[in-house]
Design a protein around this ligand. Structure first.
Ligand code: ADP
Ligand code: MG
Length: 695
């Protein structure tokens, strides 16, 4: 009888296909989770734990209590409410009693939760026609006997289609004992010492098979530490290498154009702006090339800072370029800059893709002569047809909207121009140092004086009509506004209101007499720009939109913003959105509309009561972790699987210190005792190939 032989012994590099219980189908599912070899299984760590050792008997659950319970589903169903919200409800029973559990707005759970399933649910109990359990989180243990999980910690793994967390747990559990002894330590012992975290084999055992939550957390801290440590090693090394390579232009601070601009400003620079300009000038006047990130909240006045830098280049006989993500922003910048600079005899050139070819050619010709001009434009600036004879300074506004390649391409348009990246995502310094560790950092942490606060309020569904009337009155008074939705189109999977459908509803109903327009990510670029232009020119009263309106648009006459389903947005994102109003002399309003849970309401209150982007970001990070702050993944920013540089702030500081110490001793990690470290870096980070010549 011939049969495929499975290898006798299991090694870390054995493909998962050979594992007992894993066939080709499951191997494919594992591959989707990034698990190719048996060793990869070890690093697929639980994303959370449920502590079944503290389960409360259902009978003892009292209104007001928070707790965990385990029960069998004895009935279930979706019930609609009068307000159109659909609620999934189930009744759970254990040996002591029954309780109703209610998931508002999650009718889809009906498909995954079955009668007879055992659920482990954490949450709180409220009084509503008797006791009702309000779940915060739950795990479906399937028809597994609830009793078997009592008294231990339940590891919950990231799962994927066709491979439940339970299956993953059983695969990992089966092979853990064979694999762990083969794992050898790769962090240098002094680094481990400074870190105060367990060794790798211990840590892996602790995360997969903890005897208590505390032990699981100790194991996790090791894995989080190494992730932070690796990223810092790469960042610090990159910065060091760049410093060696980076000969730049040495500008001279002539105080000609820049002093004139300062005198002509109708306002005083804030302390933060003055500091940032000083830092930038110091870079530009040194013989090193500047590579700096200017970070500041919406409205903190980044543009003017970039303008000072541009003028320094120009008064030294160099060209300056400012690149922005949309045509509209380019036009807006060009207009405000023209006002400021015309009296100085500097006339900004606007370069976008929609200019007639003839004009673009004329601009290209001018740039090729080396005339010291300022160009403001879109990515048209980095296209082949555009070449600068003497580019000395390049700024990239809303930098996260550009890919790494586009950012590099602008820098490559000159010999070694000084580079300023600008970002409105306000993140705390320690986090910025980790994410952008290979850049120098200037922060605008001060708002220009005299801004009126934006009145921000949370309203219930029951107040919808009044909210819409309020917006209508604003329009009546000649103002404009935005209504923001989390999604473009309705879907069966959720009960969310969507921009497209609500546009129809609003345009034919409450705002039939007003001029409305629809704006979202699937509207073609030129049409989007056209709509924004008409909005700016007051030909549109109300924009029904998704988050596409987030970026830098300045329409001072827009005074009201309505955000539906505010629970779907991160606080920082709400803050960015809100920044579209409150830009003129009139009082402005931001209204969050919806019936949200008490937890969410608490979170939204933080937002309603603060206009400090840094404070809001910190809160956001604390509550929801990193993923949400960068709604879409920022290219070029390291991502973390386990660590969270802000929540793990102290660990992060230790990692940075340890990385710096190690590089001081062995900059290229070439010593034999660092071979293990090099190997792991090479396996995990493509960048390490170039930075440490690994592999
Ligand atoms: P952002 O940092 O969001 O790009 P902007 O550069 O667009 O902000 O500036 C927002 C507004 O604040 C602009 O109208 C600008 O003229 C104004 N502004 C900038 N700096 C100051 C200041 N120091 N005092 C008063 N107003 C300022
Ligand atoms: Mg800006």
């Amino acid at each position: 009888m011939t049969q495929t032989q499975r290898p006798q012994r299991l090694y870390l590099d054995t493909p998962v296909t050979y594992l007992k219980g894993v066939g080709t189908v499951r191997a494919e599912a594992l591959r989707r989770l990034g698990i190719i070899t048996a060793g990869d299984l070890l690093f697929h760590v639980p994303h959370r734990y449920e502590d079944a050792s503290t389960v409360t008997p259902i009978k003892s659950l009292e209104p007001g209590m928070h707790g965990t319970m385990i029960g069998t589903v004895i009935s279930k169903g979706v019930i609609p409410t009068r307000k159109g919200l659909r609620i999934f409800q189930a009744v759970l029973r254990d040996d002591t009693g029954m309780i109703e559990v209610s998931w508002p707005g999650q009718p889809f759970l009906d498909r995954t939760i079955n009668k007879g399933d055992v659920l482990l649910v954490t949450g709180s109990v409220r009084f509503f026609h008797g006791r009702q359990f309000q779940p915060r989180e739950f795990v479906n243990l399937g028809d597994e006997e609830g009793a078997t999980t009592q008294g231990r910690v339940l590891s919950v793994y990231p799962a994927t289609e066709g491979l439940s967390f339970k299956l993953i747990r059983s695969i990992i559990d089966t092979h853990l004992d064979a694999l762990l002894p083969q794992v050898s330590e790769y962090l240098p012992s002094d680094v481990l010492g400074t870190a105060g975290v367990p060794g790798i084999a211990d840590a892996l055992r602790m995360v997969h098979r903890p005897t208590s939550i505390a032990e699981a957390m100790a194991g996790r801290s090791r894995l989080a530490f190494e992730e932070l440590f690796f990223v810092q090693l790469l960042q610090l090394r990159a910065k060091e290498l760049a410093r060696e390579r980076r000969a730049g232009i040495t500008f001279v601070n002539r105080r000609e154009l820049t002093s004139q601009l300062r005198e002509r400003l109708s306002f005083q620079l804030t302390g933060a702006q003055t500091r940032a300009i000083r830092e930038i000038f110091a870079d530009m006047c040194s013989d090193r090339r500047m590579h700096r990130l200017l970070q500041g909240d919406v409205g903190s006045g980044k543009t003017i800072v970039a303008l000072f830098a541009a003028l320094l280049a120009i008064e030294n006989g160099y060209q300056a370029a400012i690149m922005v993500p949309t045509e509209l922003l380019a036009e807006q910048h060009a207009r405000t800059m023209t006002e400021l600079l015309a009296p100085l005899g500097v006339e900004p050139i606007l370069l976008t893709g929609s200019l007639p070819v003839r004009e673009r050619k004329a601009i290209a010709a001018r740039l090729a002569t080396g005339d010291p001009v300022l160009v403001v434009g879109t990515h048209a600036l980095v296209q082949d047809a555009t070449s600068f004879a003497k580019l000395g300074f390049a700024a990239i506004d809303e930098q996260h909207r550009f890919g790494v390649e586009q950012r590099k391409a602008l820098g490559a348009k000159g010999e070694a121009p000084d580079i300023l990246l600008m970002s409105a995502t306000p993140i705390p310094r320690s986090l910025a140092l980790t994410l952008y560790g290979d850049l120098d950092l200037s922060i605008l942490d001060e708002r220009p004086p005299g801004r009126r606060p934006i009145m921000t309020a949370l309203r219930h569904e029951s107040g919808r009509a009044r909210v819409l009337q309020f917006i209508d009155r604003q329009i009546e008074q000649g103002r404009q506004g935005y209504v923001v939705y989390p999604i473009i189109e309705e879907s069966e999977k959720s009960d969310l209101k969507a921009a497209t459908t609500m546009y129809e509803t609003l345009a034919t109903g409450p705002f039939a007499a007003r001029r409305l327009a629809l704006l979202h990510g699937r509207v073609p670029n030129d049409e989007r720009d056209d709509t924004m232009r008409r909005f700016r020119d007051r030909q549109i009263d109300l924009l029904i939109a998704t988050t596409v309106i987030e970026v830098g648009i300045d329409v001072p006459n827009a005074t009201v913003m309505l955000i539906e389903h505010p629970e779907r947005f991160g606080l920082s994102q709400l803050h960015q959105l809100r920044g579209r109003v409150g830009r003129g002399a009139e009082e402005s309003f931001c209204i969050l509309l919806g019936d949200v849970s008490p937890d969410v309401s608490e979170r939204l209150q933080i937002f309603a009561h603060s206009e400090d982007g840094f404070e809001i970001a910190r809160e956001d990070l604390r509550l929801r972790g990193m993923g949400d702050l960068f709604g879409e993944r920022q290219s070029g920013v390291p991502t973390f699987r386990i660590a969270d540089p802000l929540r793990d702030e102290e660990l992060n500081d230790r990692a940075r210190a340890a990385a710096a110490q190690l590089l001081a001793r062995d900059p290229g990690l070439e010593r034999p005792e660092h071979a293990g470290l090099r190997r792991v870096l090479g396996e995990r980070y493509a960048r390490s190939l170039e930075l440490f010549r690994v592999g």
